[in-house]
Design a protein. Structure first.
Lengths: 480, 263
């Protein structure tokens, strides 16, 4: 057995979240047309403006073509075969957790996200989304004391329609791209966060997305608004059972940061990636964008991407406000036949805006892992600066890693730096650790963790260990 | 000095090894007993470093024939980490840098894996910090080095001190120190040498691999071996090293010529 094979074995641990919860589900008939959209809107008892929003998006979507520019090859989704709304029966939002189906609570327990009063995570409020609906949100009352709104987007639509109408679709317009248009037409649930002026959110906020049905597309929608001088740290996690068909996940996330506000958005993505032959797995086609509208505002994306058959996403920052800051920290681990095309766009519009990109790609098996990013500096963005660092690590000799940095600068008084590197797990480093008594597996984990440490350091404390665990799951062996 | 009751720690018999299809070791024989200090000297390419890596189990080196026993157990089938845990330590000539991995955490994990083997309790972060602070004194090292990544940005001397710190923490039965003296100025050499002296115990043994006599002024060896062409061609006491310093390696060439002639 060669060394490389053993490293590959370590990164090929079985998916541990692949179970299916046996629960009665209410689904609407498959296929997409205006009636389906009306039905979704009706089921969610939405105000008129939202139905209009959906229908306009649908109209746009019909005119759009599924993109193919990235060079990702995949069997195309048959949009008539998808179910656009699925919810566990008795889906009326429960007042207390006691009324939630124990099977659902058990599911989230199994996923390591206990929702019950005694067991729930301390200092982290969780919104748990199962297929198309939010099951429960913890710590709502405590957050309300500070004026923080944290609830499912469905609830926000009925309770805070003014905020939704004001902000929804303003960062990612309904016709932004094919998948964003589809999402705008049929989005089911997701999370909503509103941090009032001057409030530092007292705890971490977290949404946990779980796809359970095999033929249901997941179209969640997340909207986070940070008013002047406020700050919030938010994390999303996701898993799905193992099916041999591909499930579409086309989310839209919009962030708005006003003057001096700061939003930190972290993702730990572990959707089912398909089996070793590349059968099944989630198509993760996501549009995430944040707007630093206010001066001195800051948006920071950090992501740990380990799952999905295909990941296609570029969490971006539009730096409108003068002196605003955008950051992107990413770890993408791909194995077997996984493909990831991910990166960011930093659009500098305001003066003295700063952005920083740190991307770490690890590819094993026959996977493809690409960083694709755009740094754009507009004529008015004088004094703007960008720093990008893209490192790739290859495991085995069949995986590939690519870096596509696009740089457009129309402002001579700006500064752009880009560094890129590709490496393999070095035999000498591995031997050094082993010769000190550290297991082969643990040594590999340590080296990969070390490779990723710049990004781990950016994750919220509460979740750094979760992300580390996730990598360790894929890599087995505990990581220090 | 060496009584017949001394226990053997390391026994190497007729060892042949290769790397990348290049035959490097041509029949090495070596016996190391408890309490002994051995020095292995020789020119570049004589096989000294290969011997040390083979003992530690580097995967690139292939054993063609011969045996290595540690305290009576054949170790050729053991993984490097297993060899380390039973008490074999290799101090590297060029310790690698491992960016992003905290030196402190690395030292703790390594120490605990050795302690586990010795049936000692594993140390938590706080207990370990106490231990490491105490051991730092042996090599006169600044605690700031614990906070950095393993060997990253360390000077040559700092890397070597970090090696001896690891030796102090792992408390090996046999330490093979590969050119620990190279690249050290005279002060650093004294610190490292005194560290090695402080750490030697009657129940352990040390193999010093070196080019130069100067380390042997600080640490007195019981045996000096000269290696050439992948073999130990001469063994003597500390005076051999002094002779070698005077006459250089020329006599080796003479020796090998003689051997050629004999053939």
């Amino acid at each position: 057995m060669t060394k490389t094979n053993t490293v590959e074995e370590i990164v090929s641990q079985p998916y541990k979240y692949g179970f299916i919860t046996d629960i009665e589900t209410e689904k609407i008939p498959k296929g997409l047309n205006e009636d389906v959209i009306r039905l979704i809107s009706d089921k969610k008892k939405e105000p008129k403006f939202l139905l209009k929003f959906r229908l306009r998006a649908y109209e746009q979507w019909l005119k759009m073509k599924e993109p193919d520019w990235s060079g990702l090859t995949y069997s195309k989704v048959d949009y008539e075969e998808l179910v656009y709304y699925a919810a566990p029966k008795q889906n009326i939002k429960k007042q207390s957790l006691d009324e939630v189906d124990p099977k659902l609570l058990e599911t989230f327990d199994k996923l390591g996200i206990p929702l019950g009063e005694q067991k729930r995570l301390t200092n982290v409020a969780v919104d748990a989304v199962f297929d198309s609906v939010s099951i429960a949100t913890t710590y709502k009352e405590k957050l309300a004391e500070h004026g923080v709104i944290f609830c499912s987007i469905s609830e926000a639509i009925s309770e805070h329609p003014d905020l939704i109408e004001k902000y929804l679709g303003t960062v990612v317009p309904i016709n932004d791209n094919f998948f964003a248009a589809l999402n705008s037409a049929v989005f089911s649930d997701g999370s909503f966060v509103y941090i009032p002026k001057g409030v530092e959110c007292p705890m971490e906020l977290s949404s946990y997305f779980r796809i359970n049905s095999g033929d249901t597309g997941q179209f969640e929608r997340t909207l986070i608004i940070a008013e002047e001088y406020s700050s919030v740290s938010y994390l999303e996690g996701c898993t799905a059972p193992m099916f041999d068909t591909n499930t579409l996940h086309a989310a839209v996330v919009e962030l708005v940061a006003l003057d001096n506000a700061s939003i930190k958005y972290s993702t730990v993505q572990n959707w089912y990636a398909g089996n070793e032959e590349g059968i099944g797995g989630i198509y993760n086609f996501v549009t995430k964008r944040g707007e630093c509208r206010g001066k001195k505002s800051k948006i920071s994306w950090s992501q740990v991407e380990t799952g999905s058959a295909i990941t296609w996403k570029y969490p971006s920052c539009v730096l409108l406000g003068d002196n605003s800051i955008g950051e992107f920290y990413s770890i993408a681990l791909t194995n077997n036949f996984q493909k990831a095309d991910t990166g960011t766009k930093m659009i500098h519009i305001g003066k003295n805006t700063k952005s920083k990109i740190v991307s770490k790609g690890i590819s094993a098996g026959q996977s493809k892992n690409s960083y694709r990013g755009l740094v754009s500096i507009s004529p008015n963005a004088e004094g703007s600066r960008n720093y990008s660092q893209c490192d790739s690590m290859l495991i085995g000799d069949k995986a590939s890693a690519n870096t596509y940095p696009y740089i457009q600068s129309k402002q001579p008084q700006s500064n752009i730096e880009h560094e890129a590197s590709t490496c393999r797990i070095s035999e000498d480093q591995l031997f050094y650790l082993q010769s000190r008594g550290i297991d082969f597996e643990e040594s590999v984990s340590m080296l990969i963790s070390g490779f990723c440490s710049d990004v781990f350091n950016e994750l919220p404390m509460e979740f750094a260990s979760e992300a580390d665990k996730l990598l360790a799951l894929k890599l087995e062996g505990s990581v220090g | 000095m060496i009584s017949s009751t001394s226990k053997t720690i390391l026994s190497i018999k007729d060892l042949h090894a290769s790397v990348e299809d290049q035959h490097i070791l041509h029949g090495v024989n070596l016996l190391v007993n408890e309490g002994e200090i051995h020095a292995i000297m020789g020119r570049n390419g004589s096989g000294k470093s290969t011997l040390s890596k083979v003992i530690a189990g580097h995967p690139s080196y292939k054993i063609l024939s011969g045996s290595i026993h540690f305290k009576g157990t054949n170790i050729l089938e053991l993984a490097p980490e297993e060899r380390a845990r039973i008490g074999i330590f290799l101090g590297f000539q060029y310790p690698v840098e491992i960016p992003g991995v905290s030196n402190l955490e690395f030292l703790r994990v390594a120490t605990n894996s050795r302690r586990k083997e010795l049936l000692k309790s594993e140390l938590d972060t706080f207990e370990f910090e106490d231990l490491v602070k105490e051991r730092l004194k042996i090599v006169e090292m600044d605690p700031a080095f614990l906070e950095r990544s393993v060997n990253e940005g360390f000077s040559g001397g700092e890397k070597k001190r970090n090696e001896i710190l690891q030796m102090a923490l792992l408390e090996p039965t046999i330490s093979i120190l590969d050119e620990t003296d190279s690249g050290l100025d005279i002060d650093a050499l004294r610190i490292v040498a005194s560290g090695i002296n402080k750490l030697s115990k009657p129940s352990s043994a040390t193999i010093l691999i070196t080019h130069y006599q100067r380390l042997l002024n600080e640490i007195t060896p019981d045996f000096v071996h000269i290696m050439a062409d992948g073999k130990i061609i001469k063994t003597g006491d500390k005076d051999l090293a002094i002779d070698l310093e005077k006459t250089g390696y020329d006599f080796i060439d003479k020796n090998s010529k003689d051997r050629e002639m004999a053939k």
